[in-house]
Structure formats: C-alpha cells, structure tokens
Write a protein that binds this ligand. Structure first.
Ligand code: SF4
Length: 290
C-alpha cells in the first residue's frame, strides 16, 4: 500500500495556487480509479524539486505511490517507471523552474518518444521554494534576488516549447478552475501519449499574478487569461502554434494529436521485430537518449 508520510510537515503559503492543483489531482485520481475499477496505487506521482514538488506528500485521501526525485529529473524518473511497468499511470508534478530550466533538456526527447505519461506543470513565474529568484517564465525586466537590475532575458513561452518539442496533447489551465482542471488532468491521463497540463498557479508570496490573470474589466484592465475560442481546431498543429505564440494565457486545449502511438507500443513492436527478450535490458536501451 502507498502511505502518506505523517512526519512530512511542509506547508504552502496561504492562497498558493498549488492548493487548487492538488485538489484537482486528488479528484482526477479518485475519479480515474473509480472509472477504471483499478486501485489508486496503480497511479504513481513523480515530483520535482520546488514548492510544487511537495504536492506528492500533501495528497489527501487514498494515496497513490509517490517519488520525490531530484531537481529537474522528473522525466527520466518517469521514463524509468513507465518503462519498467507500462500498466502504471504515471503523473509528473513539477514547477516552471524545475521543469523548464534544469529539466528543460528532457522535454523534447520524451515528447518525441511519446512517453505515455501526464505532466502537470505549476507555473508561478518564479522559484518560490528558494525565495523568489527569476525562473524561465519570469518576465523581462523583473527585479528578483537574482536579477537585481531587472531580468535580462525574455520570458520563455512554455506552450511553444512543448509544441516545438513534439508534445501530442497540450492543455493550458488555471489553478482557480478546479473542476475544468480536474477534467483536463483526467483527459490527459487517458490520452495514450505524452500530455502536458500547464497550469498558471500564482505564488502569493513572491509573484502574485491572480489579479493580472483575472483582469479588471470595469477599470479597463484586460485579463491575461482568455478562454480558447470554440472555433479553435485543436487537431491542427499550426493553429495551436499560432495560438501559443499570441500574448496572454490561453485557457483550454491547445493541441491534441489523434495519430498517437505511445512509446511502449513502439518498443514492443520493435522488440518483436528484432526478437529481443524483455529481460535483455542492455540491448533494449542501446543507443537511446534519456
Ligand atoms: Fe506557494 Fe509561493 Fe509560498 Fe511556494 S513560496 S508555497 S509557490 S506561495
């Protein structure tokens, strides 16, 4: 049985967006277990380092298995977990610093491989756990402890990175929309391939973006977050790229490729063709880039 560690007492700050993401994940995992008639231990949460990574210890109710890994290496750990047992439902939880900075090099290889996992990225545009340094999604000119005279490099557009890297299912959501976020995570877990749910999850202590995301229409302030139009064709890669390139935060499904063959099916097919046994690990991974 997976068990919650009672001695782990990490606490998020009041109002942190990660609370909403945690609730959505709890509901999505419970709904999945019920729908598929499988134990919740069939799911494994692989966490990165940062405030978001502590989510793995804070799940309430029935506990999935959890791995709190090393900085930026959620994808290699998820790759090993899923390769060892393709029947597991593997969910990565990570933040913009962990996933897009030190972990950034792993995104494209796993996306192109179409590793059948779901990644939930909690983006607060800052390194919260280590007290507010600039992350890849911090805005240009932003003053932080590591950018005392303003950040010199442009803000990364993570949605463009995912699409450019070859991710097959990309959703953009907000931590405040718990029910739609639950549904997005469920859909992503059901998708047979590499899926990313990128969530704007404000850091109330170092980078509170709630007001900017919501806007203030009465005072002429447009919300940063805008629902994706019903006219958007999520199966069209170039429409998805064009939408991701626009300023602001689109909310909904950007891209969903239907012609998807997950990594483990490709591998099984290749092994059968080559006559390689499951136990011949060296031959199996010969030449593969993690
Ligand atoms: Fe959340 Fe920011 Fe506090 Fe970390 S520092 S728990 S991201 S509000």
């Amino acid at each position: 049985m997976a068990k919650r560690n009672p001695s782990y007492d990490f606490k998020w700050c009041p109002g942190c967006g990660d609370f909403g993401v945690k609730r959505a994940i709890e509901m999505a995992l419970t709904a999945r277990a019920s729908e598929k008639q499988e134990p919740i231990e069939n799911s494994v949460i692989v966490a990165g380092i940062g405030c978001s990574g502590n989510l793995v210890h804070l799940q309430e109710g029935p506990q999935p298995f959890g791995i709190h890994g090393i900085h930026g290496r959620t994808l290699p750990i998820a790759y090993g977990t899923k390769s060892a047992n393709p029947d597991l439902n593997v969910l990565v939880v990570t933040g913009d610093g962990d996933f897009l900075s030190i972990g950034g090099e792993h995104i494209a290889p796993q996306a192109r491989r179409n590793l059948d996992i779901t990644v939930v990225v909690m983006d607060n545009g800052i390194y919260g756990l280590t007290k507010g340094q600039a992350s890849p999604t911090t805005d240009l000119d932003e003053v932080t402890p590591t950018t005392k005279y303003g950040k010199l490099d442009d803000r990364m557009n993570p949605l463009m990175v995912y699409l450019g890297g070859g991710a097959r299912f990309v959703i953009s959501e907000l931590s405040t929309r718990i029910r739609p976020l639950q549904q997005a995570i469920e859909d992503a877990m059901n998708y047979p391939g590499f899926s990313i749910v990128h969530v704007q999850s404000p850091c109330t202590t170092y980078n509170d973006t709630y007001a900017a995301l919501k806007g203030d229409e009465e005072n002429g302030i447009k919300p940063l977050a805008q629902p994706i139009s019903d006219n958007h064709d999520a199966s069209d890669y170039f429409q998805a790229l064009a939408l991701a390139a626009q300023p602001g935060v689109p909310v909904g499904v950007l891209y969903r490729a239907d012609d998807t063959v997950p990594a483990h099916d490709r591998l099984t097919e290749a092994k059968q063709e080559a006559g390689i046994a499951d136990t011949d690990i060296e031959k199996l991974f010969d030449g593969m880039v993690i």
